[in-house]
Design a protein around this ligand. Structure first.
Ligand SMILES: NC(=O)c1ccc[n+]([C@@H]2O[C@H](COP(=O)([O-])OP(=O)(O)OC[C@H]3O[C@@H](n4cnc5c(N)ncnc54)[C@H](O)[C@@H]3O)[C@@H](O)[C@H]2O)c1
Length: 259
């Protein structure tokens, strides 16, 4: 049984996590539901558990902290979790390079899983993309199109950025400088090694990512669609079980799944 501290409890992913936890009482329990001070759910209950606004109030109540909130909130929580010596699953995207550097340093003291996407399908897609990139080599241009709901704050998605990184690293290229975010202009032909990343925002789309490999003779698309946030929540809870058994270290979802 893993007792969970859930951050961003009233948010879309928080709600999905709570639902999956309540459906699996043998495996998981709620230890803390955390929200922003300004959130109207603070002081109310979700699924019979009070929503609090101060992580310091109950770090003893959970074994693993699962955070799908905002970059600023996540980085603040991590300081308390490092102090309390608690394992963490980071779902929040939009973290910058300094944040990632701090997380790498903290992972020398506490175990952390961090992934821009906790669905099994996307993690398998990254594995397939490494294979496809190696086989297709430089004969194929590669671009990425991602679509999400209209409320999503960061663009392009963390998953699209990780996807571009996976491909560029497989090609032996530095991710920085090889990603192009949208294209416009009269003289704007693509470079061979660039990856264009395009973000669609529409209605309630949970998450779609398509990688296009195009040669002069054919096109291959590798595509993933998330139908519901449950698939992401189930993956994040698998990561919580995994990280509960670790002492220190920074892990990704491919390691959790043993891919
Ligand atoms: N890694 C993944 O698989 C994955 C999947 C979906 C979403 N995400 C990311 O997770 C994050 C949340 O996504 P969402 O769709 O649930 O967003 P959301 O806006 O619906 O929910 C975020 C919640 O965090 C709360 N919050 C803000 N500050 C807080 C604080 N200090 N303490 C606790 N809670 C706080 C907000 O009040 C809100 O309820 C985003 O960064 C999103 O991109 C990651």
């Amino acid at each position: 049984m893993v007792r969970l501290g859930i951050s961003g409890a009233a948010g879309r992913m928080g709600q999905a996590l709570i639902n999956v936890v309540l459906q699996n009482p043998q495996e998981y329990a709620i230890g803390m539901l955390l929200e922003a001070k300004a959130n109207s759910m603070v002081g109310m209950s979700i699924g019979g558990f009070a929503v609090v606004d101060d992580i310091k109030a109950g770090t003893d109540n959970f074994d693993v902290f699962v955070d799908f909130s905002t970059p600023i909130a996540t980085m603040n929580h991590l300081k308390e979790l490092e102090f309390a010596g608690k394992p963490v699953v980071i779902g929040t995207t939009g973290l910058d390079q300094n944040d990632v550097f701090e997380i790498e340093t903290m992972a020398k003291k506490i175990p952390i899983v961090m992934s821009s996407n906790y669905s099994v399908g996307i993690n398998v897609m990254w594995k397939l993309l490494r294979e496809a990139t190696k086989i297709l080599k430089d004969d194929y241009d590669i671009d990425i199109v991602e679509s999400h709901h209209r409320m999503k704050k960061d663009a392009p998605s963390g998953t699209a950025l990780t996807t571009a990184e996976v491909i560029l690293k497989t090609k032996g290229l530095e991710p920085k400088g090889h990603m192009v975010f949208g294209r416009e202009g009269k003289e704007n032909k693509r470079d061979r090694d660039e990856i264009g990343v395009f973000a669609v925002r529409a209605g309630g789309i949970v998450g779609e990512h398509t990688v296009i490999f195009g040669s002069m003779g054919d096109k291959l698309e590798i595509s993933h669609t998330a139908f519901s946030r449950d698939t992401l929540a189930i993956g994040a809870l698998k990561a919580a079980k995994f990280v509960a058994g670790k002492k220190t270290g920074l892990y990704n979802m491919e390691q959790v799944l043993g891919l």
